[in-house]
Write a protein that binds this ligand. Structure first.
Ligand code: SF4
Length: 219
């Protein structure tokens, strides 16, 4: 049951206005530029783990420039994919996952990205974060919350949740946040996390949601 004591609507409305002054996160940018195409959202999200946005964006564009479909990308040699996506973090593992995912898309899903959590989780390298973002950005789902390190950190600082892992945060957010905010939580908190509520030295003095923030764990 959504709680009425947390100022989640106030925070979300304020962030919705404030993020207009900031650049979109890389995956959102790629999704917009590529008409929310599920394959592009899936692959760029796979590349994005623990990687700076600018690096993710450039690597995704290099890869799509050479292979733009599951069939074409699955036919690339792992070494070729590694070269195209370098220097994203864990580029060797990610290259293997990208290739294996493309082949599975062709073999099991007719070359299409599946539109359910259950099926997305069968793809190599795809966890709940990636699956949720694909469902939100490519399939316009309003029923999912995508939790990455920014969402996990800020939700805890705001006192919305008290959790140790992003997976716990996702489940806790379903309980405390009204459904109408679910799909926007990632965009709003990631943008805020990259620009204001940074992991180290958050800019609390310049934060438009500071009046609602107990700054849990912030020194
Ligand atoms: S007040 Fe500080 S800790 Fe709270 S959301 Fe803003 S930047 Fe983050």
């Amino acid at each position: 049951m959504p709680t009425r004591t947390l100022p989640i609507p106030q925070v979300m409305r304020a962030l919705g206005r404030a993020i207009e002054d900031h650049e979109l996160p890389a995956i959102e940018k790629i999704a917009e530029a590529r008409q929310h195409h599920a394959f592009h959202v899936l692959i760029s999200t796979l590349l994005s783990a623990r990687t700076q946005d600018a690096t993710t964006h450039a690597a995704s564009e290099r890869l799509f420039g050479v292979a733009d479909t599951p069939t074409a990308m699955g036919a690339l040699a792992p070494r070729q994919i590694e070269k195209l996506i370098y220097p994203v973090s864990f580029y060797r593992n990610k290259a293997r996952h990208v290739r294996a995912t493309c082949r599975l898309l062709v073999d099991r899903f007719g070359g299409q990205v599946p539109a359910t959590m259950e099926k997305l989780l069968t793809l190599p390298g795809v966890g709940r974060k990636t699956a949720n973002l694909v469902l939100i950005l490519a399939f316009a789902s309003r029923d999912n919350i995508c939790v990455d390190t920014h969402v996990h950190r800020i939700s805890n600082r705001l006192g919305w949740v008290k959790t140790r892992t992003p997976e716990q945060t996702e489940q806790a957010l379903y309980r405390v946040a009204d459904r109408r905010w679910w799909a926007d939580i990632n965009l709003y908190l990631v943008t805020w996390g990259q620009n204001v509520c940074r992991p180290i030295r958050p800019r609390c003095a310049a934060c438009v949601i500071s009046r609602w923030c107990p700054r849990v764990g912030v020194r």
